[in-house]
Design a protein around this ligand. Structure first.
Ligand SMILES: Nc1nc2c(ncn2[C@@H]2O[C@H](COP(=O)(O)OP(=O)(O)O)[C@@H](O)[C@H]2O)c(=O)[nH]1
Ligand SMILES: [Mg+2]
Length: 317
């Protein structure tokens, strides 16, 4: 390993926030040396607990993350927060709001907050988020919370990498529960009904119970439903207890490793796909894909043989 890299990693692991920030940027931007860095950091990762929190915009995810961070800090646990906010103009205000609210924590080095750019993520959003999580993990953070807006496949892919997935719903969603992105209901380990100070919390609860009764989880866990009022710090301890219960369940049933293997199976395939594509690109001249596309469109070539040839060439070196 390069001497500078070694120094950098030593700094990062000793809690140097600037070294951490630089490492995250390098990984996020796929800047030169990003993969060397991750190779060196990986052996130091795997100790952090990763919570994924998702739910519709405005459900109170940031407020809840903020409260949970406070709660865990009282326990002296160090926290890393990754906010995956979509850059859609509709949420511009929310992103700013999050940043301002989270400024509170900046005086506490035990909490590190990072917003991820969601547009034009080079390695794919889910993969980049996972890599950034590895960096935070290797830096020695005890707990990592990832906040995403549960609206698309990207978000499902991100939160499924977490050890514990928390889905945040709110009263008044009513039938909307059913319109949530398919797949998100299934991966929730814990349901939160935030804004329980409003009418309709029971209705959402019934809705969740109905959906739960339709599908039995293969791990035998029944996701609990926790009611919170994040803006008043209510229900936070109950939520932290639910997280601890699920962790204990994973340990007792020896499911933690199983879950990790399943996650890595998906991640490895994803990484392999990227690597193969990258190799194939290296073997093609500039504008190679465009040139081939023109040839196929004009029926000068058949795409099947073409792909076989490219794949075979990519395999050589
Ligand atoms: N009434 C009520 N408002 C809340 C509660 N939790 C959060 N809020 C408010 O809901 C708004 C959106 O919260 P935010 O955390 O930014 O939601 P996010 O988009 O899911 O991250 C903010 O104005 C919060 O103050 C709650 O439990 N009850
Ligand atoms: Mg938010």
């Amino acid at each position: 390993m390069h001497h500078d890299t070694k120094l950098w990693i030593d700094q990062l692991r000793s809690g140097d926030v600037r070294a951490l920030a630089r490492a995250i940027s390098t990984v996020e931007n796929r800047a030169p040396g990003w993969s060397e860095l991750l190779k060196a950091l990986f052996p130091h990762s795997g100790k952090a607990r990763v919570l994924g929190l998702t739910g519709p915009p405005g459900a109170g995810k940031s407020t809840l993350v903020d409260q949970l961070a406070r709660f865990y800090r009282k326990d002296n646990r160090t926290v890393g927060i990754i906010a995956v906010d979509p850059t859609s103009p509709y949420t511009g205000g929310a992103i700013l709001g999050d940043r301002i609210r989270m400024q509170d924590h900046f005086s506490d080095p035990g909490i590190y907050i990072r917003s991820m750019a969601t547009r034009g993520s080079l390695g794919g959003l889910a993969r980049t988020t996972a890599d950034v999580t590895t960096v935070l993990d290797a830096s020695g953070r005890d707990l990592i919370m990832i906040e995403t807006v549960g609206v698309g496949q990207d978000e499902v892919d991100i939160v499924r990498l977490a050890d514990v997935t928390i889905l945040i719903l709110v009263p008044g969603m009513g039938d909307d529960v059913q319109t949530l992105k398919a797949g998100i209901m299934e991966i929730a380990d814990i349901f939160v009904i935030n804004k329980s100070d409003r009418d309709g919390a029971e209705h959402v609860e019934r809705e969740i119970r109905t959906l739960q009764s339709l599908a039995m989880r293969h791990d035998g866990w029944t996701p609990p439903i926790v009611k919170t009022v994040a803006s008043q710090g209510m229900g936070i301890k109950e939520l932290a207890d639910a997280v601890a219960d699920y962790e204990a369940y994973l340990q007792k049933e020896n499911l933690a490793m199983h879950k990790s293997v399943e996650n890595w199976q998906e991640r490895l395939i994803e990484m392999l796909r990227d690597a193969m594509l990258e190799k194939a690109r290296e073997h093609m001249a500039d504008g190679g894909v465009a040139r081939y596309a023109a040839e196929v469109a004009e029926h000068k070539r058949d795409p099947y043989t073409l792909i076989e040839e490219i794949a075979a060439n990519a395999g050589k070196s």
